[in-house]
Design a protein around this ligand. Structure first.
Ligand code: PGA
Length: 247
């Protein structure tokens, strides 16, 4: 049985005032049967950890550098995230792949570093609109999986998020059969590569998950939860998504 996971990706949004949203979630979901992780801008991690002390809601980063320390102005390492109180880190998000030119081998190195530091990595994969139109969705995702997921990955330290680039922030989502086809493909790849552990990895869907479509998405086979962007910023929207997955 895979435990469902709902992860919130605040991206470059929110400040100290937003911690009241987290406090509301904390009161509402004191003890959820699934895992809830919120990934705020890194500077908010310690305050969010403090705001959630004693609850089962966890806090994660949105990126880390592959090295532990060094002359990398502006970067953060996995052990630094751990020291701040993070338990997870999102890696290979399409915004970082596109806007920071991150390739699969860099994402893989970051994931290995995260694992070494004791963080669980949420590794993102997904096709662009053009790649889907050209019928290359599964080829692209296969390449991303093979290149970005390190050999040391396990169901404990690695979660895969399928996020079609064209669905992120657009209000458009794939149909349930389209999500099912990609998740079945990802499952097959993991089963093949990580035998006998492949069946244990959690697969999240991400891209315009909202309270109104969450239930339909969670009923798709092999969808073990969601990576939520915009709708994770307020308790009013994130709460019902968590409830749809966990209650
Ligand atoms: P969205 O973002 O829910 O705002 O579409 C998802 C993501 O980028 O992780």
């Amino acid at each position: 049985m895979r435990r469902r996971m709902i992860a919130g990706n605040w991206k470059m949004n929110g400040g100290r005032a937003s911690l009241k949203e987290v406090e509301r979630l904390r009161a509402e979901f004191a003890d959820t049967p699934c895992e809830v992780v919120i990934c705020p801008p890194a500077i908010l991690i310690p305050a969010m950890v403090e705001a959630l002390a004693g609850s089962s809601i966890m806090v994660g980063g949105q990126d880390c550098h592959p090295d532990v320390s060094g002359a990398y102005t502006g970067d953060l390492s996995a052990p630094m995230l751990v020291e701040a109180g993070a338990t997870h880190v999102i890696l290979g998000h399409s915004e970082r792949r596109a806007l920071h030119s991150e390739g699969n081998s860099l994402v893989c190195a970051k994931a290995s570093s995260a694992h070494k530091a004791g963080l669980a990595a949420i590794i993102c994969v997904g096709e662009t609109a053009i790649e889907r139109e050209e019928g290359r969705t599964l080829a692209v995702i296969g390449r991303q999986l093979r290149g970005s997921v390190p050999a040391g990955a396990s169901p404990e330290n690695c979660i895969i998020a399928y996020e079609p680039v064209w669905a992120i922030g657009s209000g458009r989502t794939p149909t349930p059969p389209q999500i099912a086809a990609v998740h079945a493909f990802i499952r097959g790849e993991l089963v093949q590569r990580f035998h006998p552990l492949g069946g244990g990895f959690r697969l999240l869907y991400g891209g315009s998950v909202k309270p109104l479509n969450a239930r339909d998405i969670f009923s798709v086979p092999d969808v073990d939860g969601a990576l939520v962007g915009g709708a994770s910023l307020t308790a009013a929207e994130f709460g019902p998504i968590i409830a749809a997955a966990c209650l």
